[in-house]
Design a protein around this ligand. Structure first.
Ligand code: ATP
Ligand code: MN
Length: 470
């Protein structure tokens, strides 16, 4: 109820109230109590409604209010407050509300409310994911998450890219990006079988075996062959059992795909895009970022500013291997030309050697996907990974193989089922053009922008092995 009909007033959000010049006007504020303190004469109630990290201080004159009437005003309770907006006497805030009425909408028993005290560990908060949005930390993370999603759309819209909704249920498991989650309506106990004893997916809902998508890229390529510049931004699913601080089983990915772009253009877009997003956060989320900086990571703001102001280091995979081989640091995994880089290698390049974001290109074809464009050397493909401090890979992309013959050859070499991919191959048969694209993991971006250390703390309801409670 935005308008309180009994007093005929409209609710004002705390963010707006805090920016209002007080001139004796009455305001109606609704939110959740963060703290209550005071003495015989006065009670201070800090109210937060999530519109900003900052609370509004409500002051109750105890010559007017009885102890009894404020008994249920406890941490976590929801309240509706009417009062006069005045210049604050205390420090830490500019305005406060001199309360006329304080109504408790919903109580929160101090004996059982889990967020009674401040300073819970992030691990503990993960176990109460349904309540953690009420903490300063998760309020900040969720507001930044919103701002970044908005900025993604704004960036592409300004550039004339079209937002394409690619399917979440797919039949192609050819992308090879990881283990997939099955989608089926067959009876798990007694599924229909073929004569040879295998599960008969022709009886399944879609008449074939289907999965949750690991990427919207293939469908993105198809639409870019008509609309030139497109992007997808949706959930992706990987059933890989990687219990790391950088992997989720369900995460959001942004995947632009551009006709007529070569690898250079792709790198330029990726760098410009990332800088735009970080700059947007600095320009629009300063209260939240300042809090995260002060609370968790004093280097956060300097790091964000650094990324915006400096060019990314570009080098080839082959050059990177040379750097790693001559590095003084001991690595757990050995590096040799042809092996995939581990996170420790990526982070060494970014954090120790170049001390800035890195774009690595031209990886060996055997460690990359079938659709990447083969270089003249016949050994490397036009891949590009963007590596960020504290994270490692934040973007993976490439120029795509536009030649029908070369693509089919790569598919055969890598055992990708050509027959099922007939629709994808059609793009190379009819009006094929050079094109490129990449995937930015939205939560990896948020790890960087918020400075949080664990990817489970930058999504409201994380999905990871053995965890889907909330
Ligand atoms: P990694 O090597 O880090 O596991 P990947 O090479 O498997 O990643 P891609 O298939 O290239 O990832 O996906 C594109 C982007 O999606 C990655 O650069 C990363 O930002 C993000 N990403 C990939 N897997 C996950 C995951 N399980 N959870 C969150 N983000 C992910
Ligand atoms: Mn990758």
């Amino acid at each position: 109820m935005l308008r309180d009909t009994t007093i005929n007033m409209k609710r004002t959000k705390v963010k707006e109230v805090l920016q209002t010049e007080p001139s004796g006007q009455e305001v109606l504020v609704k939110g959740w109590v963060r703290t209550k303190r005071g003495n015989k004469y006065v009670t201070f109630i800090a109210v937060n409604d999530g519109s900003t990290i900052n609370n509004i201080q409500v002051v109750a004159d105890m010559t007017v209010f009885s102890e009894e009437s404020l008994k249920e005003v406890t941490t976590g309770a929801s309240v509706s407050v009417v009062g006069t907006l005045v210049q604050s006497q205390g420090k830490g805030q500019t305005v406060e509300i001199q309360a006329r009425t304080v109504e408790v909408l919903g109580t929160a028993d101090p004996e059982t409310y889990p967020l009674q005290k401040k300073g819970h560990s992030l691990e503990f908060l993960r176990e109460i994911a349904h309540l953690r949005p009420r903490t300063n930390t998760f309020g900040a993370v969720l507001r930044v998450r919103h701002a970044m999603a908005f900025a993604v759309h704004q960036y592409f819209n300004q550039k004339g890219f079209f937002y394409i909704h690619t399917p979440i249920i797919t039949a192609s498991d050819a992308e090879g990006a990881g283990e997939m989650f099955r989608v089926t309506t067959l009876d798990p106990v007694n599924p229909p079988k073929t004569e040879t004893g295998e599960v008969d997916f022709s009886e399944d809902f879609f008449g074939k075996s289907t999965n949750l998508t690991v990427s919207g890229q293939l469908e993105g390529e198809v639409t870019a062959m008509a609309l030139s510049e497109i992007y997808t931004f949706g959930p992706t699913f990987r059933a890989e059992n990687s219990n790391t601080s950088r992997h989720l089983a369900e995460f959001w990915m942004i995947e632009p795909e551009m006709a007529f772009y070569e690898l250079e253009d792709n790198m330029e877009l990726a760098e410009d895009f990332l800088k735009y997003l970080v700059r947007y956060a600095l320009d629009n989320c300063m209260d939240d970022l300042q809090f995260l900086n002060d609370m968790y990571d004093k280097e956060l703001l300097p790091r964000l500013n650094f990324v915006v102001e400096n060019d990314f280091q570009r080098l080839t995979y082959t050059e990177a291997i040379e750097v790693l081989k001559t590095a003084k640091q001991k690595f757990e995994y050995k590096v040799d030309w042809g092996t995939d880089l581990q996170s420790e290698h990526e982070r060494y390049l970014v954090e120790k050697h170049f001390k800035k974001p890195v774009i690595l290109t031209n990886y060996p074809k055997d460690i990359k996907s079938f659709y990447m464009k083969l270089n003249e050397d016949g050994k490397t493909v036009r891949a590009m990974d963007v590596l960020f401090p504290g994270i490692g890979e934040i973007i993976g992309g490439s120029q795509r193989e536009e030649s029908y013959e070369k693509l089919v050859t790569r598919m055969r070499e890598m055992g990708v089922p050509e027959k099922e991919m007939w629709w994808f191959l059609d793009t190379r048969r009819f009006g094929t053009v050079p094109h490129s694209g990449f995937g930015l993991g939205f939560e990896r971006l948020l790890l960087f922008v918020t400075g949080m250390g664990n990817i489970r703390d930058v999504i409201p309801f994380p999905r990871f092995p053995k965890s889907a409670e909330f």
